[in-house]
Ligand binder design. Structure first.
Ligand SMILES: [Zn+2]
Length: 75
């Protein structure tokens, strides 16, 4: 049987090895060393953006809504 294609390759969770800045709010949000963050690769692989857990959850919630909408449109 053919493998099901993965479409979320640009998104992953990482543990910060050093302090990172949250791309959503560079002034007020930071990602401390040793904490998890959401990392999103840019289109065609160049660059990536980091998001703190709070912003990351908002992004994933939005993605879940978008996926539900896509599913709803298909069936
Ligand atoms: Zn943030």
């Amino acid at each position: 049987m053919a493998k099901v294609r993965h479409v979320l390759n640009a998104v992953r969770i990482e543990v910060a090895q050093r302090r990172r800045i949250c791309h959503h709010d560079r002034k007020h949000h930071s990602i401390e060393k040793g904490t998890t963050c959401l990392v999103i690769k840019g289109p065609s692989g160049e660059g990536q953006n980091n998001y703190c857990a709070i912003c990351g959850l908002e992004i994933l919630d939005q993605a879940a809504d978008d996926l539900a909408s896509l599913r709803g449109s298909l069936v």
